[in-house]
Design a protein around this ligand. Structure first.
Ligand code: DHB
Ligand code: FE
Length: 279
């Protein structure tokens, strides 16, 4: 059966794409952020995943406000990026795994998670930039399955529902016949707010508590409503719901392989974690 070898959770700020294009990894502004990633790449070289299931939120490239699924999943054999208007170069296309996608869809629907199935899907910066941080040569050595969570337009799914989706996703992945090694990624957050009176809002205290909970108390954030999570982390900080899905795919006991936290990149407090199942 397929095996989940670990999770990577990371922020996904568009400006990262510009910094990569300009080679600014050693620039004093960018270095504390990019310095988080060599260790992630070493870990990936060690765990050698075949597939990445990447949980993120689309920002208007594939789904616009007129049609907003709460949860969606790709079922294509390839996925491409497109111009999102950020002025950043597009990445190389990604090889999908439609067979695995349909296995996940069948399993999840049986468990009453009725995801919107997308046989064509454009993937935005929340997908492409974390992949480019993990594999800077963009010669993707893995197949991918995108999972999209609505963190954008109210009403959002609860943290509890996202955590449970992760748990169901784990059962779905681990019932996939074969010996594929799977890494689950969750992107977005941590605290940031791009709009309104609180634009620029960052909450380091909350981010630190949330990152600690990812290790020792994975259901911690489920005690908050989505409105409370927006209050605590910002209107875009609530992208941490994608981290909750990813965390749900691991057992309660995990080992923290790596973490990094840096304020700010653009308007965002950036977080990075690598977690492995304990034992
Ligand atoms: C920024 C952060 C995001 O998560 C995003 O999707 C777009 C922009 C930012 O901080 O600039
Ligand atoms: Fe975002």
């Amino acid at each position: 059966m397929a095996k989940i070898v670990g999770c990577i959770t990371t922020s996904h700020v568009p400006a990262i794409g510009g910094a990569i294009a300009k080679g600014l990894q050693q620039d004093p502004y960018w270095k504390p952020f990019f310095d988080g990633f060599p260790h992630v790449r070493e870990w990936l070289a060690k765990v050698k995943p075949d597939v990445v299931v990447l949980v993120y939120n689309d920002h208007g490239l594939n789904f616009f406000l007129d049609k907003m699924p709460t949860f969606a999943i790709g079922a294509a054999d390839s996925y491409s990026n497109a111009d999102e208007g950020w002025g950043i170069p597009q990445t190389a296309p990604f090889q999908g795994d439609s067979e695995l996608s349909w296995h996940l869809i069948e399993h999840l629907v049986k468990e009453d998670f009725d995801l919107t199935t997308c046989q064509e899907m454009a993937v935005d910066h929340a997908f492409t930039l974390p992949m480019a941080l993990c594999w800077p040569d963009q010669k993707w050595p893995v197949r991918v399955v995108p999972v999209v969570v609505n963190t954008v337009q109210a009403p959002l799914p609860s943290a509890a529902r996202c955590y449970k989706l992760g748990q169901a996703l784990a059962r779905a992945i681990e019932s996939w016949p074969g010996d594929q090694r799977v890494v689950v990624m969750g992107t977005g957050g941590l605290s940031h707010q791009l709009d309104g009176e609180r634009a620029g809002f960052i909450n380091k205290d909350f981010d630190e508590k949330f990152m600690a909970s990812m290790v020792d108390d994975p259901a911690w954030a489920t005690k908050y409503s989505t409105a409370e999570l927006v209050e605590l982390s910002g209107t875009q900080g609530v992208e941490l719901l994608n981290w909750m899905v990813a965390r749900g795919t691991l057992p309660e006991k995990v080992r923290k392989e790596h973490a990094n936290y840096h304020i700010p990149i653009s308007n965002t407090a950036t977080g990075l974690m690598v977690l492995e199942p304990a034992g």
